[in-house]
Design a protein around this ligand. Structure first.
Ligand SMILES: [Zn+2]
Ligand SMILES: [Zn+2]
Length: 385
């Protein structure tokens, strides 16, 4: 039994070997592959699952990290944009203060000069000092309110083609966290409605010299304030009344007929004349010139001083500046000659004469100016007067 059984088994084994050899003629390789997979499945079933799971898990993790990163980056970018916009807004807001600070400083300096009746040695340096102090205060304010560090300083004050306007250049730098800013800001500041220091600096020490609000004087000739221009300000109705001071000044400068400027008056508040071109001052039988003088306007002039040079006690300068006229008191005399009434001539070292120009006559009294025949008479269209 045992032998038989053995034989059978051997026979069976033999037979299967034979079959295998027979099959191998057709697909020996396929059989090998099948058994390899079988082996893998049977022998390494556990490892295979772990590998698949690990690959899936890693893929999932990588994907999650990518998605999370993108979301975080977007959120960060959004926060950055908000922070950057806020920073920009605060800087722009800061810059909007500059013209006001500069104008305020110019006004303070002019009041200081006029009250003390002493000219600046260098008005630009003085102005820079006042503005830089104000900027330091403003910078402190911004640091306290917004935690932004700003440094700023005036680096230039320039005349412009408009004699009533200056260009202020301010260096600004700022840092807040990752943000920083640096610029040279330019702003324009005019001198409209500021007080003219020239009359005070030349005649203000005389006891008869006065500055008065002419709307309070009850003189209707001074009351027609023309507010059709950019320089209207209801508080600007002040005029200079020289008393004896100007006549004395002209006598000291050996001017003939200095007494014609007894009780003269002139504008005190800087206002630009709207009657441009100026030759139209002679139109309408002198009524344009009368309106100009009643309102105390100033005119562009290459010979007249600009505002910053006026603060230094100059009536003329190298810059393109402006001029106004000194009005002698009304008179019933005619044909007189005295100093030409433009302020840059009267308050200069080279006073030249002007002839009488009557631009208005009422009740036997003439309103006059003394103008040089070939210069100011022509410029203002008064040749026929
Ligand atoms: Zn005018
Ligand atoms: Zn000047």
């Amino acid at each position: 039994m045992t032998i038989k059984k053995y034989f059978k088994t051997r026979k069976g084994t033999k037979k299967s070997v034979q079959e295998r050899d027979y099959d191998s003629d057709y697909s020996n390789k396929g059989l090998h592959k099948e058994s390899r997979i079988k082996n893998l499945l049977n022998d390494n079933k556990g490892n295979y699952s772990i590998v698949i799971s690990a690959i899936l898990l890693i893929s999932f993790l990588i994907l999650s990290i990518i998605v999370l990163n993108t979301v975080l980056e977007e959120r960060e970018e959004h926060t950055d944009t908000i922070a950057s916009n806020q920073y920009q807004y605060i800087i722009e807001d800061y810059k909007r203060n500059l013209p006001n600070i500069e104008r305020e400083a110019l006004e303070e300096l002019s009041l200081y000069v006029i009250e003390n009746k002493r000219p600046c040695f260098n008005s630009r340096d003085d102005l820079k000092e006042i503005i830089d102090e104000k900027l330091a205060q403003k910078n402190q304010e911004y640091y306290q309110n917004y935690n932004i560090e700003i440094n700023s300083s005036i680096i230039g004050i320039e005349n412009t083609s408009d004699p009533f306007s200056y260009k202020f250049k301010t260096y600004i730098s700022s840092v807040k966290g990752d943000f920083s800013y640096e610029e040279i800001d330019e702003s324009y500041v005019n001198c409209y409605n500021l007080k003219d220091p020239v009359p005070v600096l030349f005649c203000g020490d005389d006891s008869s010299f006065r500055i008065e609000d002419y709307s309070l004087l009850g003189d209707s000739d001074f009351g027609t304030h023309d507010s059709n221009f950019e320089n209207d300000d209801s508080s600007s109705n002040q005029k200079v009344f020289y008393g004896h001071s100007l006549a004395k000044f002209l006598r000291r400068h050996h001017v003939e007929n200095y007494s014609f400027y007894e009780n003269a008056s002139s504008p005190f508040i800087i206002k630009r004349c709207p009657y441009d071109p100026y030759k139209h001052h002679g139109d309408d039988n002198g009524r344009i010139m009368k309106n100009c003088r009643d309102n105390g306007y100033y005119h562009e002039s290459a010979d007249g001083a600009c505002y910053l040079c006026r603060l230094e006690g100059k009536s003329g300068c190298d810059h393109y500046g402006f001029e106004t006229f000194i009005n002698p008191q009304k008179t019933n005399e005619t044909g007189g000659v005295s100093a030409c009434g433009s302020d840059h001539v009267i308050f200069s070292d080279d006073i030249y004469p002007g002839v009488e120009v009557i631009y208005n006559s009422e009740n036997g009294l003439n309103e006059i100016l003394y103008l040089d025949p070939h210069g100011h008479k022509v410029k203002y269209g008064m040749s026929e007067y």
